[in-house]
Design a protein around this ligand. Structure first.
Ligand SMILES: [Zn+2]
Length: 247
């Protein structure tokens, strides 16, 4: 059965702790809560890790967070051999914030790359030290130096990043908002998160359910690690943290 967890990270990606109640434990030991700050693996962003603290102070580790039947069905997966909480038990949630913040910075950097390279996206994957986006372009004509310089202009300008909810109808009226060729934003729920960059979304806006930093300056220094050719009309861009190493 599909549960419906209140996903607190959608309204505030900066929550590091929260209180919740155990709603269910599935047959594989996955823990379902009434509310959570743990992002579940989706849209190329990996799920969160962290801990659930029980009333006696003991900790249950969360090794992964995944979705069940729907995106609101959020399952906290403990490593094998962990104690299992009781249904109805209160727990205190704590994220592995250091990792999540790196993912938020990287995920936001991916949005910036789609501004610099405005081409259809065929795949993307975010991780805490390296991310990649595959673009449908016959010949990049880009160098990693150029793309890095343009990314860093956007970072240094410290543009605001914010979420604007839109309706299915607004999205249908603006199909250009969707940059991914094969991933469609979930429609039919009546609410879609449009992630906007810049005053009045002047830099970018696109539907996205992930977690982002609140301004582009918080992304920090990044560079393009590599531009790889993946087939005749596909280029894979890799983003890494830090300054570009000397060639
Ligand atoms: Zn996003």
């Amino acid at each position: 059965m599909a549960y419906r967890t209140d996903a607190l990270f959608r309204d505030d990606a900066y929550l590091r702790t929260a209180d919740a109640v155990v709603v269910a434990v599935n047959d594989r030991g996955g823990i379902i809560l009434d509310r959570t700050i743990f992002y579940a693996t989706s849209g190329g962003q990996p799920g969160d890790t962290g801990t659930l603290e029980r009333a006696d102070g003991s900790l249950i580790a969360v090794a992964a967070t995944i979705t069940g039947e729907t995106k609101d069905d959020i399952i906290h997966v403990p490593p094998p051999e962990q104690a299992v909480p009781e249904v109805g038990e209160p727990v205190k949630l704590a994220l592995n914030w250091q990792r999540r913040h790196l993912l938020m910075r990287m995920h936001t950097a991916c949005h910036l790359l789609t501004v610099v390279c405005p081409f259809p996206i065929t795949g993307a994957s975010v991780s805490e030290d390296d991310s990649r986006i595959d673009f449908d372009i016959p010949d990049a004509g880009f160098t990693r130096e150029d793309v890095t310089a343009r990314l860093m202009e956007l970072v240094r300008a410290d543009h605001p990043v914010f979420v604007r909810p839109i309706t299915d109808e607004e999205l249908a009226a603006n199909p250009g908002l969707v940059k991914s060729k094969n991933v469609r934003p979930p429609v039919g729920t009546g609410k879609i998160r449009l992630v906007c960059i810049g005053e009045n979304a002047s830099i970018d806006s696109q539907p996205c359910g992930g977690t982002h930093v609140k301004s582009t300056g918080e992304v920090g220094e990044i560079h393009i690690g590599k531009i790889e050719k993946k087939g005749r009309e596909n280029r894979r861009f890799r983003i890494r943290f830090g300054p570009m190493p000397p060639a």
